[in-house]
Write a protein that binds this ligand. Structure first.
Ligand SMILES: [Zn+2]
Length: 92
């Protein structure tokens, strides 16, 4: 099955470079600064997507889907969270 993670590719690294030059170095989830340079583990810099990559892999490389920068730990925590469906949306 050819279904690799799009975040492993050359284009994704280019997108990361663009995001790091564009957005503030603050986590979009917790608001705390992201350390530049060599950061390991949960403090590493990742891209925060508006629509999670797990939901829409085809949008992983789209600049329009980049919310900003985020800690790796915060991003993975929020990674699979989707907006809750509205409870009153069952009027048919
Ligand atoms: Zn954070």
């Amino acid at each position: 099955m050819r279904h690799g993670d799009p975040r492993n590719g050359h284009r994704y690294r280019q997108l990361c470079g663009w995001a790091k030059a564009t957005f503030a170095w603050a986590c979009v989830y917790c608001g705390r600064p992201i350390p530049r340079g060599h950061a390991q583990g949960g403090l590493g810099c990742t891209l925060a997507h508006r629509i999670p990559v797990s939901v829409a892999p085809e949008l992983a490389l789209s600049r329009h889907n980049v919310e900003g920068l985020a800690h790796r730990a915060c991003n993975s925590r929020a990674g699979n969270r989707m907006p809750a469906p509205r409870p009153q949306s069952r009027d048919w």
